[in-house]
Design a protein around this ligand. Structure first.
Ligand code: ADP
Length: 547
């Protein structure tokens, strides 16, 4: 017998319509390339979103077309999220910081029909134009006064187009399984691969993300997503936060400028923010140096890479800000786990509690997870056994755009057993807290033992003279691989190799103590702000440990 419930489709336009009716006066504040402080309400936003949907139709875009965006976090990008997906088109966010050849590949592979680009991205587009034969129109996300001189044809001004359209639009109804947005993974090997989210996956992900034991979201909060809107849809926050009527603060192109971040936090009373650990390190250093505080900020969400313990401790001890670590991937929308103490663990305190906070959190209902050994046999949840982390669920990718989605087939992320191998190695303890010990490709295989590069890095960054650290495995004639630690010392300090080596010997098991340390002024980062291990391995390609 079937249930007798309405089969309403879960559509992104539903979030928009609900928010418009229920939170018309909620605010959205943005920094943009053409305005250092823009402010308007949800009501203004959705009126313009309807105008934008009309613009898309006027530009000849129809249901199912891919609409590319190369933009930072701001109100116009938010309007695009809703106008494009609400119209049944696919909002394809592209990272402007990728290599130009990668950007051209991604735009062509996705067959983007229209590109919406930030003012600051125009010089890049001019360089790429001859490679973008399928793009019919380029819209510069600014007003007429700021339109750049350009030799390109088919270039339009966002505000001029909007002004020419009515603010009425009837959002179409269609299947919730329709694709809504897409994001290419940076792909450390081969070409980037397109992950295609659906309306259904996006809405289910938003419901889960808004739960108090997950990322949490409410109309009483002020959220500043620093994680870019081109990086897994800013971890879904532009959907989750609008669903719950949260005030949004967007730092635009200033997302790594701690002065601007601090101003936005204090002026707008930001209660919650989200970003990669590098951002938190930059913000904390700025606060420490300036003596400034962030009294409204009650929690920051950290994901994308392991969060060093020092960041957890500094936020909590010096700024009374909780750090919520979350784990996920482009392929998982991205939410897989998030940290929140369980009611049954609430007596934990001190070091034991911090230990737990440094793990990647607990599973979220909707994503099943397990760890397996080399023979795909499930391993126990005892906090000791570690193995390949596998996941499945309604917001986990079943195949990449334009590639096979038959489980087990080449290029399909899902294995024959129906689970996706995340490429991460993890432990899960008896309480369900998961800890990433490494990425499969970053694990250092020393003799028969697996050494976690994350453990070494986390130990190194607790040294007061270390600003950043990355461990990579390098060839060793006896052990096959041994750890090499690359360190950026804090400015104006006199850190020596011996001092750091002694420190690490006291902190790490013998097998994890690096065989050598190299000092550098900088460590390369990927376009999403993570340490670029691939780049480091290349840099130290011919490195040999001395006898
Ligand atoms: P990429 O890093 O390849 O550009 P993603 O953004 O999808 O693509 O990265 C997903 C990966 O980032 C995960 O598989 C994991 O290795 C790492 N990651 C994400 N969150 C965390 C976290 N909280 N702790 C440790 N690693 C994390």
């Amino acid at each position: 017998m079937q249930g007798l419930m309405m089969n309403s489709q879960l559509l992104i336009s539903g979030i928009l319509q609900f928010a418009e009716r229920n939170y018309p006066n909620q605010e959205i504040v943005s920094v943009t390339a053409d305005n250092p402080y823009h402010r308007y309400t949800y009501k203004d936003c959705f009126k313009r979103t309807r105008q934008l949907a009309n613009v898309l139709a006027t530009l000849g875009a129809t249901f199912g077309d891919r609409i590319g965006t190369l933009a930072w976090n701001d109100y116009r990008h938010l309007e695009l999220y809703y106008a494009v997906s609400g119209s049944g088109m696919i909002c394809h966010t592209i990272n402007p910081k990728l290599y130009p050849e990668q950007i051209a590949y991604i735009i062509n592979h996705a067959h983007d029909k229209v590109l919406f680009v930030d003012l600051l991205v125009m010089p890049l587009i001019e360089k790429l134009q001859e490679h973008l034969s399928q793009v019919e129109s380029i819209v510069v996300m600014t007003d007429q006064a700021h339109m750049p001189q350009t030799s390109l044809t088919n270039v339009f001004c966002y505000e001029t187009l909007l002004a020419g359209e009515p603010d009425t639009f009837s959002w179409p109804d269609f299947s919730e399984n329709t694709a809504s947005s897409m994001c290419y993974t940076s792909g450390t090997t081969g070409h980037p691969k397109g992950v295609l989210y659906s309306h259904r996956s996006t809405l289910l992900h938003s419901f889960a993300s808004a739960l108090p034991d997950c990322l949490g979201s409410s109309s009483t909060e002020v959220c500043m997503p620093i994680v870019p809107m081109f990086h897994v849809n800013a971890w879904g926050l532009p959907y989750t936060n609008v669903m719950t009527g949260t005030k949004l603060v967007f730092p635009g192109p200033k997302m790594i400028d701690p002065t601007v971040l601090h101003t936005l936090i204090t002026k707008e009373n930001v209660t919650c923010s989200a970003g990669v650990p590098t951002i938190w390190m930059v913000l904390l250093d700025y606060l420490d140096k300036s003596g400034l505080k962030v009294p409204s900020l009650n929690r920051v969400i950290s994901g994308g890479a392991a969060c060093p313990r020092s960041i957890v401790e500094r936020f909590e001890r010096d700024y009374d800000t909780a750090l919520v670590q979350a784990w996920g991937m482009t392929e998982t929308s991205p939410l897989g786990t998030a940290f929140h103490i369980k009611g049954t663990n609430r007596d934990l305190e001190g070091e034991a509690l911090t230990d737990l906070k440094c793990k990647q959190g607990r599973g979220v209902f909707g994503v099943e997870m397990k760890i397996v050994d080399e023979n795909n046999q499930e391993l126990p949840w005892d906090g000791e056994a570690f193995g390949a982390l596998k996941v499945r669920g309604p917001w986990v990718c079943s195949g990449y755009y334009g590639m096979s989605h038959t489980p087990g087939a080449e290029g399909c992320p899902v294995e024959e057993d129906g689970w996706m191998n995340t490429g991460d190695v993890a432990t899960i303890d008896a309480e369900g807290y998961m800890q990433i010990t490494d990425r499969t490709k970053d694990v250092i295989k020393s003799g028969g033992e697996w050494v976690s590069s994350i453990d070494i890095e986390n130990a190194a960054v607790t040294h007061p003279k270390v600003a950043e650290a990355a461990a990579i495995g390098r060839y060793h004639p006896k052990w096959t691989e041994r750890p090499l630690l690359v360190v950026v010392p804090r400015p104006d300090t006199d850190l020596s190799k011996d001092e750091l080596m002694d420190y690490l010997k006291a902190k790490l098991p013998k097998v994890s103590v690096p065989d050598d340390i190299q000092f550098q002024e900088q460590i390369p980062h990927t376009a999403t702000g993570k340490i670029n291990k691939l780049g480091l391995r290349k840099q130290y390609e011919n490195y040999q440990f001395s006898e």
